[in-house]
Design a protein around this ligand. Structure first.
Ligand code: PBG
Length: 332
């Protein structure tokens, strides 16, 4: 802001001059939200022609693979280029074995999407919580998630996603060392060109509440504070991101977005690497709930929130609003 003291004061300077018309505002807008920046999350379930609305996330659905394909068609029509897949298996067990089964729900969904929509970018969430009977993100030993035993399973999961055709794997488990472990596993198996999007600074957040209903992944005991980050910490977020970059992450993520805009900004200024932000389920549902009550204008609140996440420094945004935002962006 070193140029600010140089400008003459009022009335010579009037900042309203460049706000006067829509054309001026458009020309001097500093932040541009575009459809290729947006990743749309999808929840995939078993069955045929299943489309269950998620009650905690109005307008979002659990979809069977056939309906996922219909959804992909719509995404392409809207100019959206990527999806993030979450799988909900029929059976869960202690080791989350459906997460790395070659005929698992995600593996089949990825194959089906890549067959019909080869140009759509398919990102897969690599985590065990949707697949374990206890709902935690790893192997439980003595009542705790064992970090190093979990790594072996995450490698298998990431590899099976890559083998199914996933374009990017996105580990969200928050185990230490998982980016390096997955990178080595992918490289050894011949997937040296599959990028890793690391949920690098992922906080232990109340804003995941609606997602856990959607993904049926709430922990059956305790919470995730032993592996996800404390919302009070920002220095630690920088250490998490630095480690993930060292271990080979291609894209790093801050999650959630709205209560962590400062972390997004700090990450953008500290690291020269593509930065993603996850506009999580609770952030979506709050706006939906308020809009459905007539308390605020949902579309305007959505565009303001997404723009603020980009302004803070995110290069890409994972958001349940992707389709609604695309409709508005496409009208501009
Ligand atoms: C899996 C995972 C979660 C989310 C993304 N991946 C839930 C969690 O950590 O409990 C949350 C996404 C959202 O709230 O939209 N570990």
């Amino acid at each position: 802001m070193s140029n600010v003291p140089m400008q003459p004061g009022f009335p010579t300077t009037r900042l309203r001059r460049l706000r006067k018309t829509a054309a001026l505002r458009k020309m001097f807008g500093e932040t541009d939200l575009t459809t290729p920046d947006l990743i749309y999350p999808l929840f995939v379930v078993e069955g045929d022609n299943v489309k269950n609305e998620i009650s905690s996330m109005p307008g979002q659905y659990q979809l069977s693979v056939d309906n996922v394909l219909r959804e992909c068609e719509e995404l392409q029509r809207l100019g959206l280029g990527s999806v993030l897949l979450f799988g909900i298996p029929l059976k869960k067990d202690e080791a989350g074995s459906e997460a790395y089964a070659s005929d698992g729900i995600i593996q089949r969904a990825v194959r089906a999407i890549k067959e019909s929509f080869p140009h759509l970018l398919v990102v897969t969430d690599v985590c065990l919580c949707e697949y374990t009977s206890h709902g935690h993100c790893g192997v439980i030993e003595d009542g705790h998630v064992n970090n190093d035993k979990t790594l072996a399973l995450l490698i298998r999961e990431a590899l099976s996603h890559a083998e199914s055709g996933a374009d990017i794997v996105a580990p969200s488990d928050m185990m230490d060392g998982r980016v390096g472990a997955i990178r080595a596993g992918l490289d050894t198996a011949g997937f040296g060109e599959t990028p890793i999007m690391a949920y690098a600074a992922k906080y232990s957040s109340a804003f995941y509440g609606p997602f856990r209903q959607a993904a049926e992944s709430a922990p059956q005991f305790g919470d995730r504070k032993g592996y996800q980050m404390d919302p009070a910490n920002s220095d630690e977020a920088m250490r998490e991101i630095a480690l993930d970059i060292q271990e080979g992450a291609d894209i790093v993520m801050v999650k959630p977005a709205l209560s962590y805009l400062d972390v997004i900004r700090r990450a953008k200024e500290s690291f020269n690497i593509p930065l993603a932000a996850y506009n999580v389920s609770g952030e979506y549902s709050m706006i939906k709930a308020a809009a459905n009550n007539g308390w605020l204008d949902g579309d305007k609140a959505m565009m303001e929130v997404l723009t603020s996440i980009k302004r803070a420094g995110a290069d890409i945004i994972i958001t349940y609003f992707a389709k609604e935002a695309a409709r508005i962006i496409n009208l501009k």
